[in-house]
Design a protein around this ligand. Structure first.
Ligand code: TXA
Ligand code: MG
Length: 351
């Protein structure tokens, strides 16, 4: 019985993949799951196709897209050169949540790279993404499948909430795994630079290629303009005004409680982005209308996995003022804190 069910499920996803591949070959934009977040894909060799991504998302045209491949043989179509360190990274982390910036070929549609002479490439670690790209037999440009500025989608329902009626199709592969976008590393410079922290940590990268720099723009409190064009936009943001509160545990609690109290006095609907360790405490506070946990403080993988769904849930529940706890910037914490800071638009209180 189970066998029959899983066979039927396999056939349904095969049908979806074949149809989606057909749409991609016809220069349409189709959303599909990857191990990080859902992507909105289109033929990376066609400006007609890629234009549909920008239109559907409402994305600024100076923000380049990542090109996804299923096999290393596709690399030579889009990258003119693969430095030795890039080879090592591909060997170690592909398929997986690592985007590598490489010199581009002329075949890449100009809209993909927004006028840059480099292109970001990754091989996603998701069976549906790999099957779809292989079936289309094209390199697929795909940003996250959200309306520009909204949190990235980690389920097909999130994609539909943002893009229904604006794209040719969505392949439903259930919830994504990592939950945050890939790490972006530029290996066209020496030492290589992390342009966006993500699923592969700095520590993991350094084990393979030695020292890597961090783009100064996403280090705590930085004011620099980021080198990854996409990092400069307010991103990942819920509709409510979000604040992060950093500092010692007790002082953070007092500060957050004060902020909630004040917001309530102004008649605002309040939310707390809490953890398993603190959710019960906040639920007992009458100034907190909505309390959502992103998981346990001891499991940053779980926090990353749930973060965007929780940010979207604050919108669904109409939170107008949100206070959030912060996390260590070690390992995956760097990516989690980067997304939280963007969600908060840089609003951080130090308790
Ligand atoms: O996990 C991911 O990377 C997801 C899934 C769908 O693969 N994709 C994704 O794409 O997050 P997007 O477009 O939302 O983010 C791409 C980021 C942006 O910050 C963009 O500026 C940067 O990568 N980027 C792309 N090409 C670049 C280039 N040639 N040079 C510098 N930054 C680049
Ligand atoms: Mg995005």
């Amino acid at each position: 019985d189970n066998d029959v069910e899983s066979t039927v499920e396999n056939m349904q996803s095969c049908t979806q993949i074949v149809y989606a591949a057909h749409l991609l070959k016809a220069d349409e934009a189709v959303a599909f799951p990857t191990e990080t977040v859902y992507g909105l894909g289109a033929n990376a060799l066609s400006n007609v196709a890629v234009e549909k991504i920008f239109a559907a998302k409402g994305r600024p045209s100076d923000n380049p897209l990542i090109v996804h491949i299923a096999k290393k043989e596709q690399l030579s179509t889009i990258a003119s050169e693969v430095p030795a360190k890039a080879e090592k990274l591909m060997e170690a982390f592909w398929p997986g949540p690592l985007t590598i910036i490489l010199p581009r070929t002329d075949e890449v549609a100009s809209l993909v790279t927004a006028g840059l002479d480099s292109v970001g490439v990754r091989m996603p670690d998701h069976p549906i993404a790999l099957a779809l790209i292989a079936a289309a037999n094209l390199p697929i440009a795909a940003p996250s499948a959200n309306r520009s500025g909204r949190p990235s989608p980690t389920t097909a329902a999130h994609v539909l909430a943002d893009l229904e009626g604006r794209v040719a199709g969505v392949v439903d592969g259930g919830a994504t795994g990592v939950g945050l976008e890939s790490t972006v590393i530029d290996v066209t410079v020496e030492p290589p630079v992390i342009l966006r922290p993500g699923g592969i940590t700095r520590e993991q990268l350094e084990e393979v290629i030695g020292s890597v720099d961090l783009d100064p723009s996403f280090q705590a409190g930085a004011a620099e303009t980021p080198r990854a064009p996409g990092m400069k936009y307010t991103h990942y943001a819920p509709e409510g005004e979000m604040w992060l509160v950093e500092g010692g545990e007790e002082r953070v609690r007092v500060k957050m409680a004060d902020m909630l109290h004040e917001a309530k006095q102004h008649g605002r609907r309040t939310g707390v982005l809490a953890t398993e360790e603190t959710a019960a405490y906040w639920r007992a506070n009458p100034d907190a209308d909505i309390v959502l946990s992103v998981g346990s403080r001891t499991d940053l993988g779980e926090v990353a996995h749930q973060l965007y769904a929780v940010l979207r849930e604050f919108d669904n529940l109409k939170a107008q003022f949100i206070v959030g706890e912060t996390f260590s910037r070690e390992g995956l914490g760097m990516a989690v804190m980067n997304r939280l800071e963007k969600a908060a638009g840089g609003r951080i209180e130090r308790a």
